[in-house]
Design a protein around this ligand. Structure first.
Ligand code: CUA
Length: 327
């Protein structure tokens, strides 16, 4: 390699390192380092013994190979000291794996009593977040906003199928299951932004069921709460459209997504899967929000989860009023 190329290559590697890390993602929660350290401990111990055992095998094969055709293997009998050693030493390592793993696991399982509560709802294909303390509801790409240095407890459920909430930077992941709650907690160390994935295959747009966690300084977070509290009289139709994840499947600019676009649809007619047609009026929109499978537009699969029992009457009206404005 010429001396000119080397600094160029190093500069390239450095630029890449800023975007991605070769080993683990940034350890952004309080217990991320415990998880990583246990991983590295097991990994490098394994690597050490792998080299030792395979190296010894290769050496012995060479050192003790039969040099003349009549050389016999020496008779080998038991060796208690040796047998005890190769059971006891790995046994001690195994106990240390268990102890470190168990203590970190218990720490990750039990949220501190003073945790901030957020309710998480998974549905095809959106994460929505509710702050019961502040009356804030958010969803879609807006994501979760939390203060740094504060434990946050997520109580999660799904309205349709199995999903899984995964934040690699925090080293937390837990299944989100219909008809029951699962709990996950973390404490973010400093302000920043972290990717959220769904890690259980949940249908067509599983790979796009993304969100993010934004960590703010506690003072900034209090400001954010003040600015985002639900307005008097409840959230607007546009806010509901975003927080319920409607935008994940319905465009407002005319483009085709998993569901039909809502642009310019109000007051028109639509062909249904059974060949009949329907007027897009308030009643049709209401029915399609509550029981989407009742009248499915031709060319689309009945994929939308029902919102029956999840929306108040004035919220349904607000959504319909918003859809009317999409011209
Ligand atoms: Cu939700 Cu995959």
């Amino acid at each position: 390699m010429t001396p000119v190329l080397l600094p160029l290559l190093l500069a390239g590697a450095e630029a890449r390192a800023e975007r991605t890390r070769f080993w683990m993602p940034e350890p952004a929660s309080t217990f991320a380092s415990d998880v990583d350290n246990l991983y590295y401990y097991i990994y490098f111990l394994d690597a050490f013994f792998f080299v030792l055992v395979v190296g010894a095998m290769a050496y012995f094969a060479w050192r003790y190979k039969a040099r003349t055709p009549d050389q016999k293997t020496s008779p080998v009998k038991g060796n208690h000291a040796l047998e005890l050693a190769w059971s006891a030493i790995p046994g001690v390592f195994l106990l240390s794996f268990f102890w470190l793993g168990f203590t970190s696991f218990m720490n990750m399982q039990v949220p501190p009593a003073d945790s901030m509560d957020v309710r998480v709802t998974g549905q095809k294909w959106n994460w929505s977040f509710e702050y019961p303390e502040y009356g804030i509801r958010r969803g879609g790409p807006e994501g979760l906003v939390v203060p740094a240095g504060t434990p946050v407890r997520l109580t999660m459920t799904s309205v349709d199928v199995l999903h899984s909430f995964y934040v690699p930077d925090f080293r937390v992941k837990k299944d989100v299951i219909p008809s029951r709650y699962t709990v996950l907690w973390f404490e973010a160390k400093k302000p920043g932004e972290h990717q959220v994935f769904c890690t259980e295959y949940c249908g067509d747009d599983h790979s796009r069921m993304l969100s993010k966690v934004t960590v703010l300084e506690p003072a900034k977070f209090r400001e954010w709460v003040r600015d985002n509290k639900a307005p008097e009289g409840g959230p607007s139709g546009e806010q509901l459209f975003a927080s319920l994840g409607c935008a994940g499947c319905h465009s407002i600019d005319g483009s085709k997504m998993v569901g039909p676009t809502l642009k310019g649809k109000y007051g028109t007619q639509e062909q249904l899967t059974d060949g009949s047609s329907v007027d897009i009026d308030d009643n049709y929109l209401r029915e399609s929000i509550l029981v989407p499978g009742a009248k499915v537009v031709a060319g689309y699969a009945p994929q939308m989860p029902p919102y029956e029992g999840r929306l108040k009457d004035d919220e349904i009206t607000a959504l319909i009023d918003y859809i009317k404005t999409l011209k």
